[in-house]
Design a protein around this ligand. Structure first.
Ligand code: SF4
Length: 300
């Protein structure tokens, strides 16, 4: 990890079979036109805003009413870079199979390693970002090249599409329309493993708010595809100080009634604040990663 192989998906599938999760039908995304899922306000909330803890909903006031410019702190900037690298490595692995057709995993690994700099721009990056790039890219090359060998051994007659789907079993930046649930149109899931496993990557510390935002994505997916999503995964990626190594913690999240209702509550709070155009004031505590810290807290 964090790059899933087909075996990882089988392992997760086995795990969730042992995790019961009952969901009421009125809380399925395809019931978006009935309360409590029906959006009451016309304003569309950014799905990613739900991952920040802002108890009064001031974040929505700043973004939608005042339209204040945000400024991502270092933690958010690094997180965005990690997402970019995972997505680029995944796309490159697929391109190698479609275009270069390596004869084995060793050749796959070599091509993947030497194409890194043509996929990710490193000019202007600090040393720790380059370290993070090298570390993640090596892990992608190792994961996908060994999967490539394993899948090739199962059959010589796989179509290239079938081969790609088995070696790289997810789609990064999968687009979902959030409007039926009162969210923005252009939601991008970090990764989707067909048919319906949503995977999110986080470099921030674990938070219940991530599960609420993830639930929003799951509901939007349900509203569009009418496929139940009872589970999703958050992969917490924790780098060491110099970014030369990382650990990954896998959190399989139940998308149950409780977290669905928490999503509705938070979405409605943000939408109500954005529509009222009245400053709700500051919460007792702010999210340490909030992009509006410099606006609300002078020490941010
Ligand atoms: S800095 Fe605090 S009050 Fe301002 S938007 Fe962020 S969490 Fe809300």
């Amino acid at each position: 990890m964090p790059f899933y192989s087909y075996d990882d998906l089988l392992r997760i599938s086995k795990t969730i079979q042992e995790m019961p999760c009952d969901v009421s039908d009125e809380l399925r995304g395809w019931r978006w036109s009935d309360p409590p899922l029906l959006p009451v306000y016309s304003v569309k909330i950014n799905a990613s805003d739900l991952s920040f803890s802002c108890g009064t909903g001031r974040l929505a006031f700043l973004r939608h009413s005042l339209r204040v410019g945000e400024k991502a702190g270092e933690g958010l900037r690094f997180g965005a870079f990690v997402h970019q690298v995972i997505s680029a490595a995944t796309a490159n692995a697929k391109a190698i199979m479609y275009c270069s057709k390596p004869s084995n995993g060793v050749e796959f690994f070599e091509i993947m390693s030497r194409t890194m700099y043509s996929c990710v721009q490193v000019d202007g990056l600090t040393e720790d970002y380059v370290n993070a790039l090298n570390t993640l890219w090596s892990r992608a090359a190792l994961t996908y090249s060994s999967a490539y060998d394993r899948i090739l051994e199962t059959s010589k007659y796989l179509s290239v599409d079938g081969l790609v789907g088995r070696v790289v079993p997810w789609i990064c930046e999968f687009p979902v329309d959030g409007r039926l649930l009162g969210l923005s149109r252009a939601i991008r899931l970090d990764a989707l493993a067909p048919p319906a496993l949503i995977v999110e990557f986080k470099t921030r510390k674990p938070s219940r708010e991530f599960e609420v935002a993830l639930t929003g994505y799951a509901l939007c997916f349900e509203s569009q595809y009418k496929i139940p999503v009872n589970y999703a995964v958050i992969l917490y990626i924790e780098f060491n100080h110099s970014k030369t190594s990382f650990k990954v913690y896998e959190n399989i999240v139940r998308i149950d009634d409780e977290v669905r209702l928490r999503f509705v509550e938070k979405r409605d709070l943000y939408a109500q604040i954005a529509s009222a155009k009245v400053d709700p004031g500051l919460p007792v505590e702010c999210d340490a990663y909030c992009p509006f810290l410099r606006v609300c807290r002078s020490e941010g």
